[in-house]
Design a protein around this ligand. Sequence first.
Ligand code: FDA
Length: 311
Amino acid sequence: MLDAASKAFFQTLSYNAILKKLASRYGMSGPQAFARRFIAGETVDDAIAALRAIQEQGLHSTLDYLGESVTSLAAAENAAREYVGLVEAVDRAGVERNLSLKLTQLGLDVDRAICVDNLRRILRAAGRCGFFVRIDMESSAHTDATLDIFETVWKLGDRGVGVVLQSCLYRSEKDFERVNALGARIRLVKGAYREPRNVAYQQKSDVDAAYMRLARRLLTEGTHPAIATHDVEILDEVKRFAAERDIARDGFEFQMLYGIRRDLQNALRDEGYRMRVYVPFGREWFPYFMRRLGERPANVAFVLRSLFAER
Ligand code: FDA
């Protein structure tokens, strides 16, 4: 299946150090700047400018300081410090207070207890300034740990925090029940990682069908449901279902990625739905960028066109 093969191919390339170096040199600045379409920039100022522009268009945002899979405690602590600084900068700037983060950026693969400490430091700062923090979901190797840590901080009293479930995983229905029983907020996605067949659906049609099954439950049973997809058929189905059930247009939200289907983002806003844009920024943009290429091979043509365009 092309879909799965292309995800696997780009996931493998995302570990390639030479490619990463080349992309880092040319992707974000200069005339090519091919990654700028999907990444808001490398600095906090770039990120805040992007949030401001999104706000001015009547859209909502969630800000992701890019980074993942850190292999040292120092890097994890540094990421937590950067996030705390980011919370303060966003607070000062007066733009929307909503963050997304990854636990492997905070040391999940190095030391789980330190990862929890790092997360709690960020949640404390975020809580003081009225932020909502979404814990992104990474590959299935991290699902158990991510949900366990989420539940730990929830039980310790943090409430301004939510998680993500992926419809590609067989387990997500059970995970939905576990998270929903807490009354916590769920963002539903299809899943961006190449997963083996013993844990995940391999056919797009099965992933899509599971998405709609979960979306219906999320919309009727969930707390602040977040429907994160660019799939037009699913968007139409969700809109139809919500209307049938008399769920108000602001009773849930749609979410999409920065630079992807901006036409749909604006159209949904114009129809009166809440639309949140996921805004990634930072120097560690390469793995995120490669996942976006893997989702849609046409993006490769876009990158190549930028590289070979006349200057
Ligand atoms: P699908 O891949 O079927 O695409 C449907 C259509 O959308 C395509 O035909 C195309 O038009 C458009 N499209 C999709 N991807 C595109 C791209 N890269 N470039 C251009 N067009 C594209 N995943 C995860 O595993 N953990 C997470 O925490 C998150 N978080 C997250 C937050 C938000 C706000 C969004 C929107 C997505 C995520 N994801 C994620 C990513 C998600 O799992 C999934 O990989 C992408 O959203 C692409 O899948 P779609 O649902 O859009 O459908």
